[in-house]
Design a binder for this molecule. Structure first.
Ligand SMILES: [Zn+2]
Length: 94
């Protein structure tokens, strides 16, 4: 059985540039949103496990980090595809 880890936004460096982390294996990536998208793996964590971007991250970040988390609940199909290419299976968390 495949377990999916939920990644959450732990830090918002600037608008469109976020650090996502997995609380279960410690995977940590820095994500820059389109149009200047970029991804940097800071900590690989368990790369055998699929990772999903979760709406829970919005709740966490809205409470603990940023009051104005941008459009995480309104990911476009293009961005969803890009997230999936970046190792975050967005639709799996829907
Ligand atoms: Zn993980």
């Amino acid at each position: 059985m495949v377990t999916t880890h939920e990644m959450v936004v732990v830090e918002r460096i600037e608008p469109g540039l976020e650090v996502w982390a997995c609380p279960r294996c410690g995977r940590r990536i820095r994500l820059r949103w389109p149009p200047n998208y970029d991804k940097q793996v800071l900590v690989p964590g368990d790369e055998d496990v699929p990772h999903a971007g979760a709406s829970g991250g919005v709740r966490v970040s809205s409470v603990e980090v940023a009051p104005d988390v941008p459009r995480l609940s309104q990911v476009s199909p293009h961005e969803s595809r890009w997230l999936r290419d970046s190792g975050i299976d967005w639709e799996a968390s829907a």
